[in-house]
Design a protein around this ligand. Structure first.
Ligand SMILES: Cc1cc2nc3c(=O)[nH]c(=O)nc-3n(C[C@H](O)[C@H](O)[C@H](O)COP(=O)(O)OP(=O)(O)OC[C@H]3O[C@@H](n4cnc5c(N)ncnc54)[C@H](O)[C@@H]3O)c2cc1C
Length: 367
């Protein structure tokens, strides 16, 4: 007999299961997919290249507790993610920094932008383009307009399926320009990928005598049951869409094996202004492989369609958040039902955030 049922074997479910099992609880994990790991799941391609089945996942955190906890279940390969944006026919580093200016502008013009930035801001800091837009120096205003137009507008419009003029100015203006030459996409203390892949990390997390895992087994809610449940799936679905569907963006993922050693000069290249896809990721940059071939992934954002596509990103609109609040309120009448993770909480969580939340939540649950 289980003490707790956990619906979902992604990070939220697997970390909670492990914490509870180590406290002595018997945990039954139900996962509707045929594999563990949720959206972090990875596999080896026939060429021996590790690919992330649901889009590229780069682990980064400054939370030592999260790092130490996961490090019990995997060794790591240090990895600092590099992203470029394809602008005016060339690939420029992101976040936008001095190197991006040097790639995109003639040397003298790039130096003028750099001097203007250094004249007003401390080295190695981030400045939001809203601040640059409002700066009295016309060069800095020009730079802000360039970054907004070339890096941000097209990408966000594709990602969220809206016209550029519908973008919320206040949100877009937070896009940073980096006053320096640091090309790393993340600045966290710990940046790495699991040495033997994410799937192995999950296998180790769930490998405990108190954990029973059932794959290809959807959890169905029984309102009359008093069993304690940690639910990490979609909340609208749990309650049979009684208030309507929560909107999500999805992504159509296209993997391609290319018959050459390297395809591009960075792990991820964003395409803000060309093509229907937002970005291309080449996995050999993330996990070293000896193959003469390479595997790339193109991401085509699309609207999520119930039972047809994967729900990836929740919407931040007021309507969507209000609808979620109805479901969250509805869930309150079931004190043994705990909602956890990106779907159940209708929130974008990075991996470290969800591990942190799962550690806190499962520690609070009595065994
Ligand atoms: C394209 C993309 C790229 C990302 N890249 C990064 C990155 O680089 N770095 C980073 O830190 N984060 C990244 N993330 C975020 C990361 O994927 C999430 O933080 C993490 O997956 C959240 O874990 P979770 O357990 O909440 O959800 P999930 O991983 O979605 O796991 C939920 C699990 O529950 C199962 N489930 C749902 N309903 C039921 C049910 N009724 N019964 C049984 N099982 C059910 C699902 O099948 C799934 O396996 C990315 C996300 C996306 C979409």
């Amino acid at each position: 007999m289980a003490d707790v049922i956990i619906a979902g074997a992604g990070l939220a479910g697997s970390v909670s299961a492990r914490v509870l099992a180590e406290k002595g609880a018997h945990v039954l994990v139900l996962e509707e997919r045929s594999h563990i790991g949720g959206n972090c799941y990875d596999v080896l391609s026939p060429e021996g290249i590790r690919v992330h089945q649901y889009g590229p996942h780069l682990f980064h955190t400054s939370n030592e507790d999260v790092w130490d906890f996961l490090s019990r279940f995997t060794q790591w390969t240090p990895y600092e993610h590099k992203v470029k944006a394809h602008i005016n026919g060339v690939n420029a580093p992101l976040p936008f920094n001095f190197n991006s200016l040097r790639v995109l502008f003639p040397p003298q013009e790039a130096q003028k932008f750099i001097d203007a930035l250094l004249g007003h801001y401390a080295p190695n800091t981030k400045v939001a383009i809203l601040e640059l837009k409002q700066h009295p120096n016309p060069l800095l205003q020009k730079l802000a307009d360039f970054v907004y137009e070339k890096v941000f507008v097209g990408y966000t419009a594709k990602q969220w399926g809206i016209r550029p003029e519908e973008l919320d100015g206040a949100v877009t203006a937070r896009v940073p320009v980096f006053v320096g030459e640091d090309d790393r996409y993340f600045n966290d203390t710990f940046q790495a990928v699991p040495k033997e892949g994410y799937a192995k990390l999950f296998e180790n997390l769930l490998n405990h005598p108190n954990i029973t895992l059932k794959l290809a087994t959807p959890f169905v809610f029984d309102p009359a049951s008093s069993m304690r449940v940690i639910y990490t799936g979609m909340l609208d679905r749990l309650f049979d869409y009684c208030y309507g569907e929560l909107p999500y963006r999805s992504i159509h993922l296209e993997f391609e094996t290319i018959n050459k050693i390297w395809f591009q000069d960075a792990a991820t290249v964003n395409y803000p202004n060309d093509y229907d896809f937002t970005r291309i990721t080449e996995f050999k940059h993330i996990h070293a492989a000896k193959s003469q071939k390479t595997v790339i992934l193109k991401e085509f954002p699309c609207l999520h369609v119930k039972n047809k596509t994967e729900p990836y990103y929740p919407f931040f609109t007021q309507n969507a958040q209000a609808l979620y609040a109805c479901y969250a309120n509805h869930a309150k009448q079931y004190p043994n039902l705990l909602l956890l993770g990106r779907l159940a909480e209708y929130k974008y969580y990075d991996m470290d955030d969800v591990v942190e939340k799962a550690l806190q939540t499962a520690t609070r649950v009595e065994k």
